[in-house]
Design a protein around this ligand. Structure first.
Ligand code: NAD
Length: 247
């Protein structure tokens, strides 16, 4: 990963932030993006190899602009995503459209904007990886009250395989990551906003056969592998790091 330029979305906190630090520790030049500028400021202060840029992944023009501004990448990690809680009887058309926009349309736009530069870069480096954040809650497994989320994360796997198939001969590798339940600020938010937070945390842990939530450090080895040359013969796959949920 040394001296490779890797852009990460939603890098202010959670797995995106941990990935930015892990990639920088391996020698990459990381462009960490998010809408939370305070979180970005603390991140760039933490590591000299991390530069930051405001990017709202729902803003199609901003995606085109940042692709033009930063130029060809050696790696792209589309990490941004949100969780809708509920069945299809509990989702409005507006909330459905919001999740589709944040979780999948933004990812397509990111790939579309950066692919031409990455294809050029692959001509000299051999292969360039894209990593898309999916989930075990997707086409892999259904979970209660994750109808919208599971639908969008299944679409992430479909998009990933399509990009992998379309651009494999041009040196683009595209894989998806499917984590189990990871202890991140947004998961804490979901736990704390439940009617009974203590029980909510127990319920999240209960669905993990290993008896604990994942930490971001459980995920970063797979993330850095898929964003590095170590995975140079790997493409079009969805990688579960789920603590045994889907055994
Ligand atoms: P998180 O949800 O705690 O943080 C998300 C980050 O996204 C925040 O820094 C926020 O500012 C940023 N963000 C929100 N809207 C944005 C936008 N429009 N543009 C750019 N950035 C935006 O982090 P997390 O829990 O690590 O989740 C990251 C990804 O991992 C998501 O795609 C999520 O669906 C997926 N995921 C999470 C879990 C889990 O248990 N935490 C499990 C599987 C998959």
């Amino acid at each position: 990963m040394k001296d490779k330029t890797i852009l990460i979305t939603a890098a202010g906190q959670g797995m995106g932030r941990a990935s930015a630090i892990a990639c920088a520790n391996l020698g990459a030049k990381v462009i960490a993006t998010d809408i939370n500028t305070d979180a970005l400021a603390t991140l760039s202060a933490q590591h000299p190899a991390i530069t930051t840029d405001y990017l709202d992944v729902r803003d199609g023009q901003a995606i085109i602009d940042i692709a033009a501004r930063v130029g060809p990448l050696d790696g792209l990690f589309n990490c941004a995503g949100m969780v809708h809680n509920g069945t299809i009887l509990e989702v409005s058309d507006e909330d459905w459209a919001l999740s589709i926009d944040v979780n999948i349309t933004s990812m397509m736009r990111m790939c579309r904007a950066f692919l031409p530069g990455m294809i050029e870069r692959a001509k000299t480096t051999g292969s360039v990886p894209i990593l898309n954040m999916a989930s075990m809650a997707s086409s892999i497994k259904g979970f209660p009250s994750r109808a919208v989320y599971g639908t969008t994360k299944a679409a992430v796997i479909g998009l990933t395989k399509s990009i992998a198939a379309d651009f494999v001969a041009q040196g683009i590798r595209c894989n998806a990551l499917c984590p189990g339940t990871v202890d991140t600020p947004s998961l804490r938010g979901r736990i704390n906003s439940a009617p009974d937070p203590v029980q909510a945390e127990k319920n999240f842990i209960a669905r993990q056969p290993m008896g604990r939530l994942a930490t971001v450090d459980d995920l970063t080895p797979m993330i850095t592998y898929l964003l590095s040359d170590a995975s140079s013969y790997v493409t079009g796959q969805a990688f579960l790091v789920d603590g045994g949920v889907t055994i």
